[in-house]
Design a protein around this ligand. Sequence first.
Ligand SMILES: [Ca+2]
Length: 358
Amino acid sequence: MTTASAQVDPLAPLPEQPRTSAPTPTQRANVYRPPGAQPATFSNFESYKSRLAHLARASGVREATIANVVPYLRLNTRAIRLDRGQPGNVGNPNYTPPFEPYRRRHVNADLIRRGADRYRAFYPQLMLIEGRTGVAASVIMAIYGHETSYGAVTGNFDIIEALASLAYEGRRRALFEREFVAGLKLLDMGIPRWRLKGSYAGATGYPQFMPSVVLRLRADGNGDGRAEIWSSEIDGLASIANYLRDAGWKRQTPWGIAVRVPPTLNRQSIRNIASFSECPRVHQRHSRPMTMAQWRALGVRPITRALRDDEMATLLEPDGPYGTAYLLTSNYKAILKYNCSNFYALSVGLLANAILGR
Ligand SMILES: [Ca+2]
């Protein structure tokens, strides 16, 4: 973890760090809480502030920062309302809506055209980032488009206040308390409060990182020695790439391919019986992993591009049997770490293909 006081340049990129499992930058849903775990209750937001101050102090946040921020926090009820209204937090957890309407909304002509324009405009810088990280430039661009409409929508919530409010609300208290303290550390490093704008759930800047991810994985893309994820699109793109690299991205490997599945395929025999600690519902929709050669032997055929014969991939049929099917590699799993949703990761991959005219 970056220590705030040791940092001379508040926005200097981090040195290379060993890989650890990353929190997803956007953390929209799927945060596990043990059944029956009741958050401690506080009579009101004012009384909760003393806990926030205590947590910040225990993490080494400067007293001046705590004194300048915590007493003046206001409860952001809009952030709480939006967080409660999230899909996945309500309704029947076993119902999965169809993918096709989602795909049409998120991989539309406008996003494809603007993505292709940006891809051309930033091509030299993107190639440098791809060379350094191995992450496909088209996927970096597609995430940028999906998260912020290519920088147009990065969010107007004061994330310090939004995080404190969601922590107080309590359903995912540990997560939001951690991110609130990480946000204070960004202030400690000299990043001004007005910069820390973002989504109601605390994702900020061009890559829409949570504060702890900003601390850990922000990167410099334009070579000026500073990682400015709020003001430099190139730094934002480099940070997205750095996140995927950290999530295990493998060079020269597609995220996945569209395939045709024979009607005779026995889905029972390929089902995944592994258990998953992170967002199990998302992973359980995939088959067990097999090599491309094994998939071929079962009659599964690439529609256009293929994977190498020894490449491991899982089968996903987002609209059930007889719909479009995909074989997905470990790079798809890296996209899931950005936001653990099959619809998200598939539409990122398909937008990336479309940006390249595929
Ligand atoms: Ca920079």
